[in-house]
Design a protein around this ligand. Sequence first.
Ligand code: TYD
Length: 187
Amino acid sequence: MFITFEGIEGSGKTTQLRRLADRLPEAVITKEPGGTPLADEIRGILLDARSRLDPLAELFLFAASRRQNVVEVIRPALDDGRVVLCDRFTDATLAYQGFGRLLDLDRLRMLNDWATGSLQPDLTVLFDLPEEVGLDRARSRNVEATKNEGRFEAEDLRFHRRVREGYLALAAAEPERTARRTMCSTE
Ligand code: TYD
């Protein structure tokens, strides 16, 4: 069983993933971008606010990180019959690079398919909340952290609104795979 957690910045998905992980001690936990030593290095480039990344170069780095994670972590775990919980996956590329950066969705789907060997989550949980609430939360968290990981938080509210609407459209298009949870702002 392959379960992915999606949502805009500050939606609480990582907290919920950890809660589920506590109940499933045998599950393999991973995240994107990242999940392997090499993919973690790519993550550093992708999230660093100092990176001047072209949108296509950004896309290919996400795809490279995903490929490493699928080949080294996710696929072997699934083949072993393990449950895998992943913090973001292919829907994030459609939401952020497609709806956010306005890259062509069909090409993104093709690239996702190619990078993952057509691996699809069995279940995707989408955590939804207003973008201004999520962004405030994510930005203040980033100020507290010492790491320089704010490249996406630095995008304006319109970008994050498009990402949120993108996620909602994707969930509506595949209701049998997606469970949507509305987060209240105090959660
Ligand atoms: P991360 O710190 O993991 O954000 P969060 O804590 O909100 O999950 O950073 C991941 C960022 O990368 C996040 O802003 C979403 C973005 N992203 C994409 O743009 N495309 C992708 O395919 C993935 C996996 C993430």
